[in-house]
Design a protein around this ligand. Sequence first.
Ligand code: ASP
Length: 312
Amino acid sequence: MTTGTVQPVLAIHGGCGAIPKDELTPDFNRAARDALHRALQAGFAVLTAGGPASDAVTEAVAVMEDDPVFNAGYGAALNRAGHHELDSALMDGQSGMAGAVAGARRIRHPVRAARALAEVADPLLLVGDAADEWAARHGLEVVDNTFFTTPSRREALERMLEREREGTLSAAPERDKHGTVGAAALDRHGHLAAATSTGGYTAKPAGRVGDSPIIGAGTWADDRTCALSGTGKGELFIRRSLGHEIHARMLYQGASLTQAAGAMIQEMTDLGGGAGLCAVDRHGNVALPYNTEGMYRGWITAQGVHVAIHEN
Ligand code: ASP
C-alpha cells in the first residue's frame, strides 16, 4: 500500500443511550470500554496500513455490530412486533459515493452491505427483503432474524410495551430509547468516510426507518469538510438534515467542526431530542458532542487512544 502524509484519525460512537453512571456495573463498564477499544484498533489498523477511510469505518462498525453491548447487528433493539429491522449507511468523502440498507432483517453485518452498495451508483439504498437478497447475492453473510436477539433486548421490549400500557412511555430511560454505532475517519491520503449502523429504537413500529441510512441525516462525508455519524432521535435528524447541515455550515459559513456540530446538537436539544455524533474534519480535528447523560465513544490517532462513556 502507498503511504500518504496525513496523520490518520478515527472517531467512533456506540450510541447516546448510555446507561446512567450510577447504574453502570463494573462488568458492563469493562465490556463497553473493551468493545470500543477493539473497534478503534480494528479501524485504525486499516488506516496505519495506508488503507482507505471507507474500509476503516466499515471494520470499526462491524466490530460493534458483533458486540451485544451496542444496538446494532447482534444484540440490536427489537421492534414492536418482536423483530429486528436493521439500518446502515456508509459514505465516502472522496468519491461522494454512498450505500445504505433499511429495514434489513437477515444481513449479519449491515455495514458491509452499505459498503458494497457504495461501490455501485444505483441502487444506493435498498429496503427489507430486497436488501437481504442483494447482500446474499453479493456474498455477504445472511442469518436468521432471531440470530440478532439477546435476552436483554427481549426484556427491554417487554419494559417498553409495559410502559405503553401504563402510559409512562415518555419516562423511559434513554438506554431503552437510543442506541446506534458509528465511525468517522480521515485516512493517510487525506480522505474522509463515515458509517453508521443501528437497530433503531426499542418497540419502534414495523417499517419505521431512522436517520442512520439516510444520507445527509445520520451519515455524511465530504472531503471538503467532514465525516460524521449520528445517534439519537432519528426523526429530528432527518427533519433537520443534520449531517448535511453541519457540512454546509462549514463549507458556506466557514464554521469549525466544533461550532457546526455543537450548534446542531443544541438544535436537537431545543427540539427535545436526545442526540450525539462522532465526527472528524479534513484537518483531523475530532468532535464527539452529545446532549444525553452519556455516549459510548472514543477516538484514536498515532498519539494514543481514548474511550469514554460519561462526562470525564
Ligand atoms: N438514530 C437512531 C434511529 O433513530 C437511534 C439512536 O441512535 O438512538 O434509528
